[in-house]
Design a protein around this ligand. Structure first.
Ligand SMILES: Cc1cc2nc3c(=O)[nH]c(=O)nc-3n(C[C@H](O)[C@H](O)[C@H](O)COP(=O)(O)O)c2cc1C
Length: 202
């Protein structure tokens, strides 16, 4: 067996580690390095999970945008606690994030909505996300009707289409190591703006 160094994941600020790993993922992932699984649960603790895109991050949290009337939106209204998961296969790394969500401000949501491609804006404004759709043509017709109404694509952001910021209470970094002697370091917020961290058995 080869000798392994003992410490590949630094004990430093977890946001700095995330920043460094995310920058590497942007270089090496074939697509969507910002794709993350979002796990929610109902008030009765029944779980569900789906992918969303990370659209902002920093020490105040991790932001994604969605339709608040969707299934996830309903679950989040009932239970604001989520888990996020990044799996960067090209780097053989995983990051787990847990915490409560808060809505982004309308100004933040407006700014992000305005940055999207006009067709994407029309598509999200026309979508009753997670509701039954009798026929795909029904959706395409709704997009076309909005396009006719807003030929420049400048459809207003629907009030129910906005973002959530996950304020992390725990962040865990997992790094593949030889012979499955993987490395895990879990950071837990100390409630005073700092973090404590410890290694976990893989
Ligand atoms: C790579 C990827 C990225 C996605 N990003 C988003 C996103 O940022 N926001 C979103 O609402 N749905 C996104 N989706 C679609 C969701 O996975 C999901 O189908 C949708 O949000 C409805 O989920 P729900 O019924 O649990 O609310 C993405 C799907 C994939 C595969």
């Amino acid at each position: 067996m080869t000798e392994q160094t003992t410490d590949a994941i630094p004990h430093a600020d977890p946001f700095a580690i995330f920043e460094a790993w995310f920058a590497q993922a942007k270089e090496s992932e074939p697509n969507d390095p910002n794709a993350m699984a979002l796990a929610t649960a109902t008030r009765d603790a029944l779980p569900s999970v789906r992918m969303v895109l990370l659209k902002g991050h920093g020490p105040d949290g991790f932001v994604f945008y969605t339709n608040f009337h969707s299934r996830k939106g309903g679950e989040l209204a009932a239970n604001p606690h989520v888990a996020l998961l990044f799996h960067w296969k090209s780097l053989r790394r995983q990051v787990r994030i847990e915490g409560p969500i808060a809505e982004v401000t309308p100004a933040e949501a407006d700014a992000y909505f305005a940055s999207r491609h006009p067709e994407s804006r029309l598509g999200s404004a026309a979508s009753d996300q997670s509701r039954p759709l009798p026929d795909r043509q029904v959706y395409l017709d709704r997009v076309a009707a909005l396009r006719a109404q807003y030929p420049d694509g400048n459809v207003p952001r629907p009030a129910h289409w906005s973002g959530y910021r996950v304020a992390p209470t725990a962040i865990e970094f997992w790094q593949d190591r030889d012979y499955r002697l993987h490395e895990r370091r879990r950071f837990v917020a100390d409630g005073k703006g700092g973090w404590t961290s410890s290694l976990l058995y893989p």
